[in-house]
Design a protein around this ligand. Structure first.
Ligand code: PEP
Length: 253
């Protein structure tokens, strides 16, 4: 079942991008509409300031737009935060939750990540839930235990019916240019697939993405296993040409 899932190639722009950069999203849209990555689903998660315009640019095309985080509440006194309902209202269909930069920079616990994922599902969004071990945890031989614990505690209790993807992102591989060894990625994805099957009735339908310094030159090799159903791409998603090359390597004809 897992290898029949449509791959998802998702770009996470993080805190990058001004209105002048919207042309990159338009270029991605045009190439995807022309069939550049016909076997994959393509998603771009720009900063919140660009979300509504990006969604307008991609309306009616195969390119989905997503947020990078959401608050667990629908509205209220939470200065600076954005709810899942607001993301949806701005035209998003996806949101990333539990990215390691949020877990580290904002001290987000697994329970809070689960609440955010539940909020996103409640609002009708699809969710990319991130998990991943630190370098020290891997060196100590605790990578699987860490990732399994994060997965179990960050999963929302609500039913997700095909609206959940998990991104395995080893913290030490994010934005560092250091990629995990393909055999380690395959092993971790196989492990996650087993855990998901044990935890969820629909575990087989959950796409498992890899993230961590994915580039055009390593995408095909990194994503060659049936348990790897796409990529979450940071730095290399900022320029259409690079992102499209990754998308084509994963979802080209
Ligand atoms: C990410 O931000 O999720 C990510 C994987 O970043 P990068 O591709 O830059 O390592």
């Amino acid at each position: 079942m897992a290898n029949r899932l449509t791959p998802l190639v998702a770009g996470n722009w993080k805190m990058n991008g001004l209105r002048a950069d919207l042309g990159e999203i338009a270029a991605i849209r045009d190439a995807v509409a022309a069939g550049r990555a016909a076997r994959a689903e393509i998603l771009v998660c720009p900063p919140a300031t660009l979300l509504a315009e990006a969604a307008q640019l991609c309306a009616g095309t195969p390119v989905a737009i997503g947020g990078q985080d959401c608050h667990p509440e629908a509205y209220g006194a939470h200065t600076g935060d954005i709810s899942a309902e607001m993301l949806k209202d701005a035209g998003a269909s996806y949101v990333i939750v539990g990215h390691s930069e949020r877990r580290i920079d904002h001290g987000e616990s697994d329970a809070r990540v689960a609440a955010k994922a539940a909020a996103a599902l409640r609002a009708g969004l699809k969710v990319i839930l991130c998990v991943g071990e630190t370098e020290a945890e891997r060196a100590a031989g605790h990578a699987e235990a860490r990732v399994a614990a994060q997965l179990e505690k960050s999963l929302p209790k609500e039913r997700w019916a095909g609206r959940l993807a998990i991104a395995y992102e080893p913290v030490w591989a994010i934005g560092t240019g250091v990629t995990a060894m393909p055999r380690d990625v395959v092993a971790m994805h196989g492990f996650l697939r087993q855990r998901l099957a044990a935890l969820l009735r629909e575990g087989e339908t959950v796409r498992l993405l890899y993230g961590g310094s994915v580039k055009p030159g390593n995408a095909a090799e990194l994503l060659r296993s049936p348990d790897i159903n796409g990529a979450l791409v940071g730095g290399a998603s900022l320029k259409a040409a690079e992102f499209l090359a990754i998308a084509a390597a994963i979802g080209g004809q």
